[in-house]
Design a binder for this molecule. Sequence first.
Ligand SMILES: Cc1cc2nc3c(=O)[nH]c(=O)nc-3n(C[C@H](O)[C@H](O)[C@H](O)COP(=O)(O)O)c2cc1C
Length: 180
Amino acid sequence: MIAGQAGETACIQDMCLDQSVHPEEFSELFKEAMSRFPSGVTIATTHDQAGRNWGFTASSFCSLSVDPPLVLVCLVNSADCHVAFQTAGRWAINVLAHDHRHLALRFATKGADKFSGDEFDYTEEHIPILRDSVVSTVCDAYERYPGGDHVILVGKVVRVLLREREPLVHHARRFARLEY
Ligand SMILES: Cc1cc2nc3c(=O)[nH]c(=O)nc-3n(C[C@H](O)[C@H](O)[C@H](O)COP(=O)(O)O)c2cc1C
């Protein structure tokens, strides 16, 4: 334990992954710790050969490279949309605005009718683009890497749509808005 701190700066939990610790307990603390990293919220979308749209809420979105322009998003292997994103040649990443909490929840719900609303436009290749996103990037599949129980989907950005909108923020399992 790192001692001697008080108030907001006190360390409230300190756990090492060793034999004295139950792996599930460590896993809970790991997830709690990761939730404390504030992030934006995105919806990744694609379209499969059978004509079906797929999408999932993702906060693991990150820019990777400028030249070439690469972004990544991590998808859990157990997702229903896993096969669709493993085989897709193209997908979109849509950065959610502050009034898109309902979409964040819908696209995080297994079995939900995710594209039932009128929120999306479609590219020539039928990739769903959120009409009033903060940013949407259309990506060509560039690389896929295994990452534990997730796959890291690396996309080369071939189109960017940018709007002057306030983003949605996710922190400690809650949605929030930015305050400057
Ligand atoms: C704010 C938020 C962020 C999320 N981020 C991710 C993520 O980065 N990667 C992921 O695989 N699942 C993430 N999820 C969970 C998926 O959206 C959820 O498991 C989804 O239902 C998986 O797709 P499926 O319905 O095709 O199974 C997130 C959920 C929420 C609410």
